[in-house]
Ligand binder design. Structure first.
Ligand code: GLU
Length: 428
């Protein structure tokens, strides 16, 4: 990455003063572990990297359907400053190109006690986990030269179909572009999106999970302007570039990554940032479509209770325990993991009516989909004549066992106790 390629942008003159050799890289994990290299603390302005976060704010305030009425979510396949507007309506193609970002900014409510820009700066700061500020020199520079963006705003307004005033918002848009960050800040912001909207450094829920997912989806399809398809193909991560040389990428439920290096390629993307993230994705296997989690780690035990180390030796008790199957699971249960658990429960029976103990002591979480699947799976087993019990001291399935009638599994805190009870119930 040592060779000098790329150009500093000059249409915002202040940005042309940046150090072309500066390079910073930062990664923040879902546990809030921070890793950085080079000038990860060097300040620069967000520029278009602000767009996904202001989009997140608009989605939080208005909801997806309302925002989509005004800004579409289709890749434009065009440059960042193109006239990417629907012919009949003037609706911008997406919120990652300038036209869409200007409308997105216009959608943020503006009141005397909470001016639009204050709301935006507050939201960006929460994403970063610290109070951010504006580089006034860069702001003034874009105000002085930003006629193309003003022209876009006038064009949008000329269609007369959008119930917001993009012209009035262009200066706010320039200001959001001039918010000062470091690569570490951007990594925290990307990590917050990757972490379901919760900032992994501060623990604050900045936006809802659904909003974080919506923003990542639009970043994946539109974040890299006219190279978005190639980027998703090769690097495989939702990303957003900015003309000051910042670049972010998010690994959903995994990490937030950011680079800073000012020289840009003709698409307005940091040359070194693009190479660095591309190389990292390849070396570390970060591509989203790359062989997802390997099977086999959810279910840790499938056996019958007579085979447990704690099983008593008496013949009669052993015979009863042979009819009790035991399945243990671990980790976070989602759709994929729940399918494995249900399959193991089905496979575990030694005879049609064998009882079953589901041991969830090592389970760290159950999402709503897995909860519904386990609930109906256990009900199905009970309806088929099998006694069911769960070992669930943390109460992950509490919603299943609470007042659910005769098919609800009994809940225990210890496996021995559960096996004992279920085996006892089988006594003739
Ligand atoms: N402030 C810049 C503009 O609107 C942002 C463009 C970008 O970063 O891609 O022209």
């Amino acid at each position: 990455m040592g060779e000098k390629v790329g150009q500093l942008i000059d249409y915002i003159p202040q940005l042309a003063l940046a150090d072309p050799d500066a390079f910073g890289l930062a990664l923040i994990s879902m546990d809030g572990h921070r890793y950085s290299a080079g000038e990860a603390d060097a300040p620069f302005t967000m520029q278009s990297v602000s767009k996904p976060f202001v989009y997140a704010l608009a989605l939080s305030v208005l909801g997806l359907d309302e925002v989509c009425r005004w800004v579409n979510a289709e890749p434009s396949g065009e440059a960042f400053n193109a006239i990417s507007l629907e012919r009949a309506t003037g609706r911008p193609a997406n919120a990652m190109v300038n036209a869409g970002a200007i409308v997105t900014t216009a959608l943020i409510p503006d009141t005397a006690d909470a001016p639009r820009f204050d709301r935006i700066l507050d939201c960006l700061s929460r994403f970063a986990g610290r109070q951010l500020d504006v580089d006034e020199a860069v702001y003034a520079s874009e105000v002085a030269t930003g006629d193309r963006n003003r022209a876009l705003a006038y064009l949008i307004r000329s269609t007369g179909l959008l119930p917001v005033d993009p012209v009035a918002s262009v200066e706010t848009y320039f200001r959001q572009c001039a918010v000062r960050v470091t690569a570490l800040d951007l990594a925290a912001m990307a990590a917050t999106l990757a972490h379901g909207g919760v900032n992994p450094l501060t623990g604050e829920a900045v936006v809802e999970k659904a909003v974080a997912a919506q923003v990542l989806a639009v970043m994946a399809t539109c974040g890299m302007y006219d190279v978005s398809g190639d980027w998703l193909l090769r690097v495989g991560l939702p990303a957003k570039s900015g003309v000051s040389g910042g670049l972010i990428a998010a690994g959903p439920a995994r990490f937030g990554l950011a680079t800073y290096s000012p020289p840009l390629d003709p698409t307005g993307t940091s040359v070194r940032g693009r190479r660095a993230l591309g190389a990292l994705s390849e070396r570390l296997g970060l591509h989203l479509m790359h062989n997802p989690a390997l099977a086999g780690s959810t279910v840790t035990l499938v056996t019958t209770a007579d085979d447990l180390p704690s099983a008593p030796t008496g013949e009669q008790e052993r015979a009863l325990r042979e009819q009790v199957s035991v399945v243990a699971a671990q980790g976070a249960l989602d759709f994929t993991a729940a399918e494995r658990v249900l399959y193991a429960l089905d496979e575990s029976r030694t005879q049609e009516t064998a009882s079953v103990v589901l041991d969830l002591r090592q389970v760290t979480g159950v999402d709503t989909v897995a909860l519904a699947m386990l609930r109906s799976g256990l009900e199905r087993l009970a309806e088929g004549g099998r006694r069911t019990a769960v070992v669930d001291p943390a109460g992950h399935l509490a919603a299943v066992s609470a007042g659910e009638g005769p098919t609800a599994p009994q809940r225990f805190t210890s496996r021995d106790e559960a096996v004992e009870r279920v085996a006892h119930d089988l006594e003739p």
